[in-house]
Design a protein around this ligand. Structure first.
Ligand SMILES: Nc1ncnc2c1ncn2[C@@H]1O[C@H](COP(=O)(O)OP(=O)(O)OP(=O)(O)O)[C@@H](O)[C@H]1O
Length: 251
């Protein structure tokens, strides 16, 4: 472990009330992990295993019950932590883009810079245009989300996240809602970000991406990290039966 990991998760647990309201469901069960600068961590596992919940705790979209998370040197559970300020350092990309529908692509990338970062609008515009170029959608800058394909909307969402100059990018099934022909382009973009040195935590069902881009893979089941490793050994010789069964099912 380096002296300054971007993320340290220390034995966090999280329960949700069960659907019938009578009991509770342990969504995260003493999960610990570290993400180093420049590292790409890929989180895989069956549906309901806690992957999204884990990712969402990292930027405090979800609270945890016990344990601790330190992001960028800031402890999330510390009452003095300004969560909005902390979130500005973390880019999050969701399955369903979450763009402002009544704003153009360009404005979607400009606005958070002005509102959250306090950048002058002229500066934010320059940066937004650069980023739309980088994600390959400069020619759609003046389109509204409803005029864009899912893949194009996801590009805007990625540009918007990058505009905050995040220390880490979190991707929560960023390609799951896309038409199949759009998936490759978004994965290419994520691959490019990884190559440029962006620190990333990625929840995905795209095993090709995991194998090729991840520095480390975590396999979750029932709220626990069952197995982790670098992709070569993880895919070639998983050591846990549950991992093997999961990989057999999907590969
Ligand atoms: N807001 C919530 N209220 C109640 N239960 C929840 C809530 N969010 C998640 N859960 C439960 O916590 C568990 C973990 O959910 P989570 O979404 O983290 O799983 P996941 O591995 O990301 O699944 P998927 O691959 O299907 O998205 C599931 O049993 C889920 O039903």
């Amino acid at each position: 472990m380096s002296a300054n990991p971007i993320v340290v998760v220390d034995k966090i647990s999280k329960t949700f009330p069960s659907a019938d309201g009578r009991g509770s469901h342990l969504a995260l069960d003493e999960v610990s992990l570290t993400i180093e600068p420049g590292q790409v961590l890929v989180i895989i596992g069956p549906s309901g295993s806690g992957k999204s919940t884990l990712l969402r705790t990292l930027n405090a979209l979800e609270k945890f019950d016990t344990g601790n998370i330190v992001v960028n040197g800031v402890a999330l559970a510390d009452k003095r932590t300004d969560l909005n300020r902390m979130r500005a350092e973390i880019g999050m990309v969701f399955q369903h883009f979450n763009l402002f529908q009544h704003k153009t692509a360009l404005e979607n990338v400009v606005l958070p810079q002005v509102v959250v970062r306090g950048r002058p609008r002229s500066e934010a515009l320059v940066r937004a245009r650069d980023l739309l170029e980088k994600v390959g959608i400069a020619d759609r800058a003046n389109h509204y989300p409803s005029q864009l394909s899912g893949g194009q909307q996801q590009r805007v969402a990625i540009a918007r996240a990058l505009a905050m100059d995040p220390k880490i990018m979190l991707f929560d099934e960023a390609t799951s809602a896309l038409d199949p022909e759009m998936v490759g382009g978004i994965l290419d973009l994520m691959r490019k970000l990884a190559r440029d040195g962006m620190t990333m935590a990625v929840v995905t069902h795209e095993m090709g991406f995991a194998r090729e881009v991840a520095d480390r893979i975590i396999f979750m089941d029932q709220g626990r990290i069952v197995e982790e490793g670098e992709p070569g050994s993880f895919f070639a010789s998983p050591s846990h039966e549950r991992t093997r069964a999961f990989l057999d099912q999907i590969l």
